[in-house]
Design a protein around this ligand. Structure first.
Ligand SMILES: C[S@@+](CC[C@H](N)C(=O)[O-])C[C@H]1O[C@@H](n2cnc3c(N)ncnc32)[C@H](O)[C@@H]1O
Length: 263
């Protein structure tokens, strides 16, 4: 079975702190580390977006459409990381943004994100299963590539339902196992079941759709990373190693966008 590193808020604090350290030796030209340049090019993302996942630029448009945010509505970006996707969606829709993540370091960086300045966006430390927000206080929720991290999946789906107003929409992007019994996948991956999670939490209009175009850009990225020569660059080496690992399991999972409406 695939082994997962110990995942915690502290783990992500360190992950984000490391990301913020200058990579001078590996980014000689324009300040962008080579692995970031490869990721951004395949996903079509501008460097300023500060993503830490694999939702593409085209994917953001799919998410915006699925959210159906009302004018002047409030959007929760749950497990927001450095806030890149939430800020982009808020800019496109005019929504007020609240970003929540359990990594205090991610929240610190999201608050300092230049794209947040001059906006009404706010970022707070909170958990997927306990955001700290009042009940029925947001009109839409986006959770990009993070729902699988919740240790109690049912509690996380219940929290999505609790904070949404009636009629509010939730949009989750993630990967799901093709076969929940596949021992080559981690326990965490095998536990992801957005359809069941949303239905059990009481959502209606639940749809879980495959996103083959997102999958294609992701595959292109991993293939380029798997074939590059990392040289002496440790970040590129770990990107290369991750790519080999991900391609090995690529056909065991599907890329999905799950949506639901709060009744
Ligand atoms: C792959 S990153 C994605 C971040 C952001 N959504 C993006 O796409 O750029 C996963 C995020 O989930 C957050 N996370 C993981 N478990 C969490 C939990 N139980 N509660 C809140 N945030 C969590 C991590 O701190 C991290 O920021």
């Amino acid at each position: 079975m695939e082994k997962r590193p110990e995942i915690s808020a502290e783990y992500f604090d360190e992950w984000y702190a490391d990301m913020a350290r200058p990579h001078n030796e590996t980014a000689p030209h324009d300040g962008i580390a080579p692995h970031d340049e490869i990721t951004q090019r395949h996903l079509g993302l501008p460097a300023s977006l500060l993503s830490t996942s694999l939702l593409s630029w085209d994917g953001i448009a799919d998410v915006v459409e699925a959210l159906r945010l009302p004018a002047g509505g409030t959007l929760l970006d749950l497990a927001c990381g450095r806030g890149g996707y939430g800020l982009e969606i808020a800019a496109r829709t005019g929504a007020r943004l609240i970003g929540v993540d359990y990594s205090a370091e991610a929240i610190r960086q999201a608050t300092a994100n230049p794209k947040a300045s001059g906006t009404s966006a706010r970022f707070e430390v909170g958990d997927l299963a306990a955001t700290g927000l009042p009940s029925a206080s947001v009109d839409g929720i986006v959770c990009v590539d993070a729902i699988g991290f919740a240790t109690d999946q049912a509690a996380a789906y219940a929290e999505l339902r609790r904070v949404l107003v009636s009629g509010g929409r939730v949009v989750l992007t993630c990967w799901e196992p093709l076969d929940r019994g596949d021992p080559r996948l981690s326990d965490g991956m095998r536990a992801v079941d957005t359809q069941q999670g949303l239905l059990d939490a009481g959502f209606i209009d639940v749809e879980v759709r495959d996103r083959p175009a997102w999958r294609a850009s992701e595959r292109g990225m991993w293939e380029e990373a798997a074939h590059l020569d990392p040289g002496e660059d440790p970040a590129l080496q770990s990107f290369h190693d991750e790519a080999v690992h991900m391609l090995d399991r690529f056909d065991l999972v599907r890329r999905v966008m799950a949506t639901g409406t709060a009744p």
